[in-house]
Write a protein that binds this ligand. Structure first.
Ligand SMILES: CSCCC(=O)/C(O)=C/O
Ligand SMILES: [Fe+2]
Ligand code: NI
Length: 184
């Protein structure tokens, strides 16, 4: 289940409260737990997944989540797998852990593991959202965010795309706030 860290150090774990905090940014967050992870438990627990295993997971996932593609007009999706042995892991982390926007919506459904997203609220405060398996997050085009795996470096998620080129980061230069790391 998702967890939200507010600028003043408050930690929210109530989904309705987190949804309320994210609403001014137009960010959508749901927790869909249709049991799809039971369709391929052994696959999402292993670090590496072969291309044919990815296709198998995507096929089963899409058979249950077809409504997401129909409701939102997603054109295609892929399975992102991050694990401690991922090639070019440092590059992937450095690519996305700086504030950026996309010209397209960034929808993501978490299959396993955790990922942290950072956002700037309309009043300029910075918040951090931890998403976990069965969380579905949709970041609207143009909304500033960064993202990074947590210390486990494990994350498997379905990424949906509404454009052919996918999510190209446009960096904004906003500095990550260190207010959360200051002693209280
Ligand atoms: C968590 S998805 C992988 C990183 C990415 O594509 C992105 O845009 C994060 O904001
Ligand atoms: Fe992004
Ligand atoms: Ni659940």
């Amino acid at each position: 289940m998702a967890t939200l860290l507010l600028d003043d150090g408050t930690i929210e774990s109530d989904l309705d409260e987190i949804v309320r905090e994210l609403a001014p940014l137009g960010i959508h967050l749901k927790h869909y737990d249709p049991g799809t992870s039971l369709l391929f438990p052994h696959l999402i627990e292993q670090d590496t997944i072969t291309e044919s295993e990815k296709r198998y997971i995507l096929e089963l996932h899409n058979s249950v989540f077809e409504f997401l593609q129909q409701e939102n007009g997603y054109l295609w999706c892929d399975l992102l797998n991050v694990h401690p042995g991922s090639p070019h892991l440092e590059t992937l982390i450095a690519t996305y852990n700086r504030y950026h926007t996309h010209t397209a919506t960034e929808p993501i459904y978490v299959l396993a593991g955790e990922m942290i997203f950072g956002f700037v609220t309309p009043d300029g405060k910075q918040i951090q959202l931890l998403i976990e398996s069965q969380d579905y997050l949709v970041i609207p085009a143009g909304v500033e965010h960064w993202c990074s795996p947590n210390a486990t470096l494990n994350f498997k998620a379905i990424r949906y795309f509404t454009t052919a080129e996918g999510w190209l980061p446009n960096y904004t230069g906003t500095q990550l706030s260190d207010s959360m790391n200051k002693p209280r």
